[in-house]
Every structure is written in structure tokens, then in C-alpha cells.
Design a protein around this ligand. Structure first.
Ligand code: B16
Ligand code: MG
Length: 218
């Protein structure tokens, strides 16, 4: 990691600013049950931060389906997921999330969202935090999903900053992989088994210490 000052922070959404993982899980479980596919909470863990299409491939676990069936299954899962999001409000921000975003803004950092979710703009609106960010890169921004670096590189381009000056806050193994591949400072949220390969790691968003992040990049 080159010693360059951090000028921007790219936030993952699901699992860092809000916890939609339970809704994703319920929507996948209902689809799996309807299709007679074996699936449970443990299998769901592998889907964290993974795009919708890659998630369905994991749910199918090698079972072949034609293109139309694949598209229908993705649509059904998303329809259910969006239904479950209906009651989302600022109360669904994770503890410490808004405080961290505000602290970044107070330090003059540029802020972006780098989420694999195509529903990210809707979730940000429901949380009433869209206006806090200078750029939003989501599941519709790039072709190649995390763990490829493309999404975070697109966020850095939108912010007009060099990748090495960005810190990425991520809860998923695939997201930390993507941040490292982008040459950014990776800040992992969660257990070491999942995000232990990040440069810095905190158990939860509320534990993140911005000064340590900034000192690390300086
Ligand atoms: P959608 P993140 C990810 O969001 C979720 O963690 C992951 O579970 C989901 O499959 C993915 O977005 C795609 O979401 O189906 O809404 O497009 O963690 O990158 O903010
Ligand atoms: Mg996430």
C-alpha cells in the first residue's frame, strides 16, 4: 500500500451502512423453496456482496437452467426483495453509520457508494442519505462485479481521485478482494475469517476509527 494521503472514502452499502442481508436471505430462501433447491442460512453466507447473477449461480450450485429460466428466477427473487424493502427508513441505518459518513464529510473527504446492488439508489433514498454522497457506483455501473476492481475504480473516476487515495469500507470477502485489486486501502467490517485480508479490520461500522484510516494512508 503506497503511503499517499486518503482523499476519498468509498462505502459499500449492504452490511456497512444498513443490514439488508436478512431480506436478501429471505428472498433467496423463498425462491429456493419454490424451485426445490437446497439452501439455508449457511449457504447464504457465500452470497454476501456477490452480484444478483453470481448469487443465483451459487444458489443453483451447478444445476443447469436455460437463459429464460435464469432471468425469471432473478426477477422473482428481486421482486420479493423489493417487497421486503418497502418499510425501510432512516431507522435502518446501522449503528455508527451516519456518524462515520458525517465525520468523513467534516474532514473534507470525497464520498462515494460502491455497492453491487442494482437497488442501491432506492435503498439510499429510503435511508435518506443520498445527498451525503458525491458519487454512486452500483450494480448497474459496471459489467464485471466484485471481486473485480471495476466498481471501485468507477467510483474513484466519478470522484476524480486516484485509486491509491481511496479507502474502501466493506463487509464482504469479495468486496475486500475488489478493493485490494483496485489498489485502495481496504477497511473490513466483520470477522477475520471473512475480511481478515483487509489492511484494517473492525467488528462493526460503529467501531471504525477514521483517524486510524487517515493516519494509515498518510
Ligand atoms: P441486488 P453490497 C450486495 O450489496 C449485497 O450484499 C448482495 O447480497 C446482493 O446480492 C448484491 O448487492 C446485489 O444486489 O440484487 O439488489 O442488485 O453489499 O455490495 O452493497
Ligand atoms: Mg456489503
Amino acid at each position: 500500500m503506497p503511503d499517499v494521503p486518503i482523499r476519498a472514502v468509498i462505502f459499500d452499502l449492504d452490511g456497512v451502512l444498513t443490514d439488508t442481508a436478512e431480506f436478501h436471505y429471505r428472498a433467496w430462501q423463498e425462491l429456493a423453496d419454490a424451485e426445490g433447491l437446497p439452501f439455508d442460512r449457511q449457504a447464504n453466507e457465500a452470497l454476501r456482496g456477490v452480484s444478483r447473477a453470481d448469487s443465483l449461480r451459487l444458489v443453483l450450485a451447478g444445476r443447469e437452467v436455460d437463459e429464460a429460466t435464469f432471468a425469471r428466477m432473478m426477477a422473482e427473487k428481486n421482486e420479493r426483495y423489493v417487497e421486503l424493502l418497502a418499510d425501510m427508513s432512516p431507522d435502518d441505518l446501522l449503528p455508527g453509520a451516519l456518524e462515520l459518513v458525517e465525520a468523513c464529510r467534516d474532514r473534507g473527504l470525497k464520498l462515494a457508494i460502491g455497492s453491487s446492488s442494482k437497488n442501491a439508489p432506492m435503498v439510499l433514498d429510503a435511508l435518506e442519505i443520498t445527498d451525503r454522497f458525491d458519487a454512486i457506483a452500483d450494480g448497474s455501473t459496471v459489467e464485471v462485479a466484485k471481486p473485480a476492481p471495476d466498481l471501485f475504480l468507477a467510483a474513484a473516476r466519478s470522484l476524480d481521485v486516484e485509486p491509491a487515495t481511496c479507502a474502501v469500507v466493506e463487509d464482504a470477502e469479495a468486496g475486500v478482494d475488489a478493493a485490494l485489486a483496485a489498489g485502495m486501502l481496504a477497511v473490513g467490517i466483520g470477522p477475520a475469517e471473512r475480511v481478515g485480508h483487509a489492511h484494517l479490520r473492525y467488528p462493526s461500522t460503529a467501531d471504525v476509527d477514521l483517524e486510524t484510516i487517515l493516519a494509515r494512508g498518510a
